[in-house]
Ligand binder design. Structure first.
Ligand code: ADP
Length: 492
């Protein structure tokens, strides 16, 4: 129990698990509210009312109506779904479309994405400004570029408003649009400035969020440092450095109820750190399902990933002959770049007993891989936090990861010194090249030979605290510090 006053936070995101998910942002937006409740924070989550969100809100109440919002009428719906106190922006002209939240059936961004997510930010600003009776809001937590204009709307409203925390889940997605959209987005001319929304002559949603939020977090301390460098800053490093101590890193957690090997209905056999032998059933089940030779004695690598260059999937493709030369196997689940999908499918033809690839999105198989693979490969070129290595730790799949971002913050390399003092939870390699990845695969194969040492790695990994309690306490402390400094400002 907390002795501090309860706090009402509005979380604004474009996806939340399990309602709509394309990546880690959804996991965070879906799991953080419950963890914050334990820290005395009440979170309402504002999402666009995509068809899946609309369907989940079976007993929705209408809290507000906008006669026009970015080209059509809109309603604010409220209800409970998936354990979230949900607010849904029901604007059929923007969100009533099938499929991916960001991409049309042609695989390209929806052409009106600026207005779609501008509307989300505008509606959030109206809530934050107290315009909707019954919705108290002490602080706003905006996620990624899709909510990036929110602090801009608050700033240019010219009236007192709650503090805003912006969390960057991936700096690569910046929401850049043409300057001509300023008026359609309902922003004043004054906003087209260096300290406003202007970004390379256009409008930058994420840039605006970074410039105008009270505090910016990203999802790991190492990534917070990397994005302040020219190499990792993706053109925003100068601004991020300029924000100084208003930028910090808070590691993501994992939803340890969704990801719990002791009670996971999606896997063949439940287990925990004391009953690791039961993982064998999951390994055979995985090999069998995927058409790999079912052999306990063969080192089985798993991958659950978007198939992109960010994730180093091109390097993995190039390293496959070496992996197969080690007599190892690979079970890969992923979707993304068509050329990578083709490359991996081609590899299956070359190594049918050793390489299995499933393209698409499959929650059950993702759990099956974590429970059945011996090691999980994450060779990302950059990785803000990464959730799959956290699930791997929890499931006793030894993570083999690139030394970058959150991967570097969550996996302890099992080098000789670490092993001698019974430390180490995985293999950490750098630089992120094909050669270093091959070396990491070779190291993994060597470690695998010593099954007692391997079980030590698994057990230490499974004992790692990957839950949300600690990160949620950090967010709650940040929220409180921001509110306290607002109060202090008002007194002076
Ligand atoms: P990112 O958000 O950059 O894609 P993260 O590691 O932070 O990467 O989060 C990815 C999340 O999506 C994890 O929960 C992972 O299990 C899941 N995931 C990724 N690809 C797939 C897939 N093809 N099928 C099922 N789950 C997937």
């Amino acid at each position: 129990m907390t002795r501090e006053a309860p706090m009402d936070v509005l979380s604004v995101a474009s996806e939340a698990f399990p309602l709509v998910k394309t990546g880690g942002l959804a996991d965070v937006a879906g799991a953080l509210p419950a963890a914050l409740a334990a820290a005395g924070v009440r979170v309402r989550t504002l999402l666009p009312a995509y068809p899946a969100v609309r369907e989940a809100l079976t007993d929705a109440r209408v809290l507000h109506r906008w006669p026009t919002l970015m080209g059509g009428s809109a309603r604010l719906l409220a209800g409970e779904a998936a354990g979230l106190e949900l607010l849904a922006l029901d604007a059929p002209h923007l969100y009533d479309r099938p499929g991916n939240p960001y991409l049309g059936p042609d695989g390209k961004d929806w052409p009106d994405n600026a207005l779609r997510f501008g509307a989300l930010a505008r509606a959030a600003a109206d809530i934050a400004l107290g315009g909707i009776p019954g919705l108290r809001c002490d602080l706003v937590h905006a996620h990624d570029w899709q909510a990036g204009l929110l602090p801009a709307y608050l700033h240019y409203a010219g009236q007192p408003h709650p503090p805003v925390v912006l969390t960057i889940h991936n700096l690569a997605f910046q929401g850049r649009f043409e300057a001509s959209l300023l008026a359609p987005l309902g922003l004043p001319k004054a906003a087209m400035a260096m300290d406003g929304v202007e970004y390379f002559g256009g409008i930058g949603f994420l840039k605006a969020g970074i410039a105008l939020s009270d505090h910016v977090t990203t999802v790991s301390p190492t990534y917070a440092a990397e994005i302040r460098t020219p190499e990792g800053g993706m053109s925003l490093d100068g601004l991020l450095r300029h924000r100084g101590v208003a930028v910090s890193g808070i590691l993501n957690g994992l939803d340890t109820q969704v990801w719990n090997p002791a009670q996971d209905a999606l896997i063949a056999a439940a287990y925990d750190a004391r009953r690791l032998a039961a993982r064998r059933t999951n390994k055979i089940a995985l090999q069998t399902r995927l058409g790999l030779t079912p052999e306990l004695g063969t080192l089985l690598f798993g991958v659950v990933s978007r198939l992109t260059e960010q994730k180093g999937m091109d390097l993995l493709l190039a390293a496959l002959p070496d992996l197969c030369a080690q007599d190892a196997q690979l079970a890969l689940l992923g979707s993304g770049d068509a050329s990578l999908e083709r490359g991996f499918t081609e590899a299956v033809r070359r190594y049918p007993a050793q390489v299995a690839v499933v393209t698409g999105y499959d929650e059950t198989l993702a759990h099956g891989i974590q429970a059945g693979a011996d090691a999980l490969l994450v060779p990302s070129r950059f990785e803000p936090c990464g959730l799959t290595q956290l699930a791997a730790l929890r499931y006793g799949a030894v993570p083999v990861v690139a030394r970058t971002g959150g991967l570097a913050d969550t996996v302890v390399d099992a080098n000789e010194m670490a092993l001698a003092s019974k430390q180490g939870t995985g293999i950490v390699f750098s630089p992120v090249t094909r050669a270093a990845l091959v070396h990491a695969i070779d190291r993994t194969a060597a470690l695998w030979q010593d099954q007692a040492a391997w079980r030590g790695l698994q057990r230490r990994g499974m004992a790692t605290d990957v839950g949300w309690a600690r990160p949620a306490a950090r967010y709650a402390a940040l929220y409180r510090a921001l509110l306290d400094s607002r109060r202090a400002d008002r007194r002076t």
